[in-house]
Design a protein around this ligand. Sequence first.
Ligand code: GLN
Length: 289
Amino acid sequence: MTLQELLTSLTRDLHAAGTDAPALEARLLAGHVLHLDRIGLMLAMPSPVADDAAGAIRALTARRCAGEPLAHITGRREFFGRDFEVSPQTLIPRPETELLLEIVLREYEGHGEVRFADLGTGTGCIGITLALELPHSRGLLLEYSAGALPVAARNIRSLQAAERLALVRGDMFTPPLLPGGLDVLVSNPPYIPDGDIAGLDVSVRDYEPMTALKGGDDGLDFYRAISDKWRTALHPGSRLYFEVGIGQADDVLRIMRAQGFGDIEVVPDTAGIPRVVYGTLHESVFDTE
Ligand code: GLN
């Protein structure tokens, strides 16, 4: 059987199982087993696939058809054009999160030194991308999960961002020891209301880590904690950027405003869902303290 024929058959299986992008996923699974990138796969299309390789690709496809996320099967996920390691201990980087990066970069590209922190870094996708896209930046990547930390550490190393990044174990409720030191605070925190977890898509609920999903009773615990406790790490003019869940933008905007942030903007993602909320810390909060 040629690679072309194998891919056609796998695409049909994936389609029948209702996966998101059957043809692309078939290619990624085959590429993973055969160690071929997109171009390599194209060149190999007319060639026969060895039986053991074809068997291995079929076995992975069966896992995907049963609901396991593609990124867990391959252990990799592309984010902002770079290849990140992922594991069941980290949230899989999402396309919406690329919007968050675009918004931060629009403001800080071409700037001099930018000091930032990425709270709840997971794979490190946000903080590592910032460090690599902003060559004069320095960043603190904070993560609480002991299972996620080594994944972030390996991504920092393999993407060669170690010189300007510090990876620290910590939680978002503990004020940092950096008075006024940060220009930018970014976070895509866990934001699913605890009561909504059971109703999540199986591919998320049964496979992705709870610590990366659960945001407390109303899903807003981490937005409250970060806007409040981490203000001491900022200075007037510092910016706070959040990714938010569906229907949370107005609440997050109010939380930020109550903590002294102004010029707050809400930006929708490509599906039209308000997805990024950001604002600037105003001088006044320091005057009144
Ligand atoms: N910051 C990571 C990401 O955006 C992890 C987010 C999380 O675990 N909630 O993918």
